[in-house]
Design a binder for this molecule. Structure first.
Ligand code: MAN
Ligand code: CA
Length: 270
């Protein structure tokens, strides 16, 4: 194979030299003496391996031998190297609650050395009063709701309450005084409305605490002072006969009226 390669190479090189020399003849136009053939080249390198050949014919079976006795178990091998750290295990189940701890020792008494005994006493009474005040507020609030239900109304600091009775002026006045109040003395529209709410609920006219008994034609409060607010009905007071008292009509307007007539008793408490 290597020899064939060298032969092919030699022919190729000779052909190149021959054709190159022909070209030179035409261009240079000079004479050339042909030399001796060169030495053969060295063998070429081995080619690549050929394809795998077909398998050979099956050989004849060899003669059988009797197997020997099994040897004894050898000594244990040396301890192997330490293994890698294993994977983390699954989380365990929640444990039971622990027992309650023992109560700790009582703390030391606070330092109030800078506070006099008198001041401590006053502060204790003050906090006690605050507690009682809150209890009273709640109690009053609850009782007021009961009192005002159907029988009363409020306006500012005033509370108007009815006994539900129909009385003469003197009877009604006496009942209110006995109860710790007085006949109504409305001094503004808010108070007029509160009295009117009760009057309208009972559908009855109401005596006020205003008269002109002291001086005919001059209406006054019980303390003798003249009116600072009035709500007379049209053409009133008309002194129709002997009318020294004042009633509130269901319109809220005032009419001078005979004091002997019976009217719904309402008292004012402040
Ligand atoms: C009418 C009016 C009133 C008067 C009464 C008396 O209603 O004249 O002014 O007070 O009658 O019944
Ligand atoms: Ca009148």
């Amino acid at each position: 194979m290597a020899s064939l390669t060298w032969v092919v190479s030699f022919i190729a090189v000779t052909a190149i030299i021959f054709f190159t020399g022909t070209e030179s003849d035409t261009s240079l136009a000079c004479s050339v003496i042909q030399g001796l053939p060169g030495l053969n080249g060295r063998d070429g390198r081995d080619g690549i391996n050929g394809l795998k050949g077909d398998p050979g014919a099956q050989g004849t079976p060899g003669s059988s031998r009797t197997p020997g006795m099994r040897g004894s178990i050898g000594p244990p091998g040396k301890e192997g190297p330490k293994g890698n750290v294993g994977l983390n295990g699954l989380p365990g189940q929640k444990g039971n609650s622990g027992a309650q701890g023992v109560e700790g020792p009582k703390g030391e008494k606070g330092d109030n050395s800078g506070q006099s005994a008198t001041l401590t006493n006053v502060l204790n009474r003050l906090s006690s009063l605050e507690r009682q005040m809150n209890q009273l507020k709640q109690s009053i609030s609850s009782k007021m709701k009961a009192l005002l239900f159907a029988r009363g109304a409020t306006a500012g600091e005033k509370t108007f309450v009815t006994s539900g009775k129909e009385l003469t002026y003197e009877e009604s006045k006496a009942m209110c005084l006995k109860a710790g109040g007085q006949l109504p003395l409305p001094r503004n529209s808010e108070e007029t409305k509160a009295i009117l709410d009760i009057a309208q609920y009972y559908n009855l006219h109401v005596y006020l605490g205003i008269t002109d008994i002291q001086t005919e034609g001059v209406f006054r409060y019980p303390d003798g002072k003249t009116l600072t607010y009035s709500n007379w009905n049209t053409n009133e007071p008309n002194q129709d006969g002997d009318e020294d008292c004042v009633e509130m009509l269901l319109s809220g307007k005032w009419n001078d009226r005979a004091c002997k007539d019976k009217r719904l008793n309402i008292c004012e408490f402040s």
